[in-house]
Design a protein around this ligand. Structure first.
Ligand code: GLP
Length: 235
């Protein structure tokens, strides 16, 4: 893992954008994208850049079960608002949280990932070390799956909803096995509340109890952290 420390999220977005640009110069075709507040500065850089993304395909990590793409809290809506409406892509994929048969939707999404191998995957990290919505205890071998969100994740994500009761209890998430197949991964983490998870991810044992620790086994990972998120690193 290569760790890049930046002053703040804004600079983190610029760093991630520089990495993306380098990968695009090498001819990548498929981006794995993430939601949450963390990648927003990267998406701002992309939107204000002169770069054209209309030849790229994107495959998003996850979506809440039960929310339609028109719901402002859905991840499809988030992606449209922050990136796709402003910078067109060739094709964009987000799991369908409203699919009648969720197992079928997981299989469909696995096919999409298989047809569009991810060149560069963007990741945030949950306070409990989750990536995508792969919560602690998730097998490293799973592909797209239905997830029961932990109380810690529901609590952390309630800030986007009017009340905690409105936060969906389940999500569809790309699995860790799929994430690991990405050729390159950029994980960003900003803020004090990510410090413990970041330290365990980089310096702790590889364990399913801290899903992001699996990234230690991937050959091409760049971690971009601000000073606060790096504050519990010892090395
Ligand atoms: C959600 C998303 C993750 C994201 C995490 C952290 O649970 N499923 O992909 O990394 O939240 O979010 P934030 O970046 O807002 O801290």
């Amino acid at each position: 893992m290569k760790v890049i420390q930046v002053k703040h999220a804004q600079e983190g977005g610029k760093q991630a954008f520089a990495q993306l640009k380098e990968a695009m110069d090498k001819g990548i075709t498929t981006l794995g994208l993430a939601t949450g507040s963390t990648p927003v500065t990267l998406y701002q850089e992309m939107v204000t850049s002169a770069l054209d993304f209309s030849h790229l395909t994107s495959v998003n990590l996850d979506e809440y079960v039960g929310l339609s793409g028109e719901n402002p809290q859905s991840y499809r809506y988030f992606m449209n608002e922050h990136l796709f409406n402003k910078k067109p892509f060739k094709e964009t994929f987000v799991p369908n949280g409203q699919a009648k048969d969720l197992d079928e939707e997981c299989a469909r999404y696995n096919d999409i990932i298989a047809q569009h191998p991810i060149d560069l995957q963007v990741l945030g990290i949950g306070r409990n070390g989750h990536i995508g919505f792969n919560e602690p205890g998730t097998s490293f071998d799973v592909q797209t799956h239905v997830v029961a969100l932990t109380d810690s994740t529901i609590e952390a994500n309630k800030r986007y909803f009017d009340s905690i009761e409105e936060v969906p209890t389940h999500a569809l998430s790309m699995g860790i096995a799929s994430i690991l197949k990405s050729k390159q991964i950029i994980l960003m983490a900003f803020g004090k509340e990510k410090a413990a998870a970041v330290a365990k991810m980089i310096e702790g044992p590889v364990t399913e109890q801290l899903p992001a620790s699996v990234l230690q086994m991937h050959p091409n990972v760049i971690v971009i952290v601000d000073e606060q998120a790096a504050s519990e690193l010892t090395k």
